[in-house]
Design a protein around this ligand. Sequence first.
Ligand code: FES
Ligand SMILES: [Fe+2]
Length: 390
Amino acid sequence: MNNSQEEDRIIEAVLAHCRNGSTDQEAQIMRIPVGEYTSARYFHREVQTFMREYPLIVGHVSALAELGAFFTHDLFGVPLLVTRTRAGKVRAFLNVCRHRGAKVETRQSGTANTFSCPYHGWTYGADGLLRGLRHAPGFGDIDREEFSLVELPAFERFGLLWVKPSPSDEPLDIDGWLAPMSEQLQSLRLADHVLFKAWTVPLNMNWHIALEGFQEQYHFCSAHKHTACAAYLDNQGIYLDQYPHVRHAVPVAGFEKLADVPVRERSYRAHFMTQNYLFPCHFVQVMTDHVYVHTITPTATDACVFSCMMLIPETVSGAKAERHWQANYEVVRRVFDEDFAIGASIQAGLAAGANTHFTVGRYEVGLQMSRRALNDALAGRLPVPTLRQT
Ligand code: FES
Ligand SMILES: [Fe+2]
């Protein structure tokens, strides 16, 4: 089997839990003040931190398959322009004209050698440099370099595209940042996957509520009684604190039979759904034969946007394959809708004052792990590492 050592350890840990009637637990319960879901000031700090200071996933590499391809991206509250230059490098810019601030590129995607602002026609190269301005003498002796598009750190890793939505003085060490998850992300070979569906759903709930719906399996057999419950062991899962990220492995129903399978023949992938939290707002959800990449974007104290890419390991050919992937898509939408209905009900009760705190139990390990990392970031204790010149 192609399991990593980490995966073999997860299998052993679940088998031990099955033998002992135990499951992964935190040492203590955690109490989260409800104000962290309702305070406008807290929310503003969160956006300034989580949506500006960290590399965020903006797409699958297939979005920039061709040299000269670009796409625009508006989800994170700052307009982004992401390009693949003719030299093949992924670059990202604020999609904001340096003249008087209009959005330079208004199309969603395409290929282009230059980007021309619709307001007064200032034109930028794919490298962000100001190439031309109409009636240039009207601006005197300006230094065009100073008027380049503002560049943002951008990366292509593990088949995904990442942008930090604010400029950085020093180059970021994206490999260091993703290192705790790299073995697994590498093994998924997402660059060879195909985007089967991408969808975006506005949700009427604080972003934490949406996030927290994906961070424990304690709710499966109540909230997903007729869907996910039957597919997985009840309240059984392994959580690895890959700070600030979390690997959360949920064994599929019938997992116990693996105890009778020779160790070398035990396939991790065939026996787990893995919900990987990638700090601060993503999940890479690994199913037995395909992968979902989620992004949960805070947009207001009581609203967020859920967006998802379904990545499959083959180009769909034929009706049978189409039916297989479509059926998976429909099931997952149904399960997510069950989570979102609960989330909306939580949001509706927030203002009622019944709770001053939410209580996160010892089983809800993923919530506790991620909350510690999020709190560290808000306190300034979680900088993205930089590549320091030697
Ligand atoms: S704002 Fe873009 S050219 Fe004037
Ligand atoms: Fe759920």
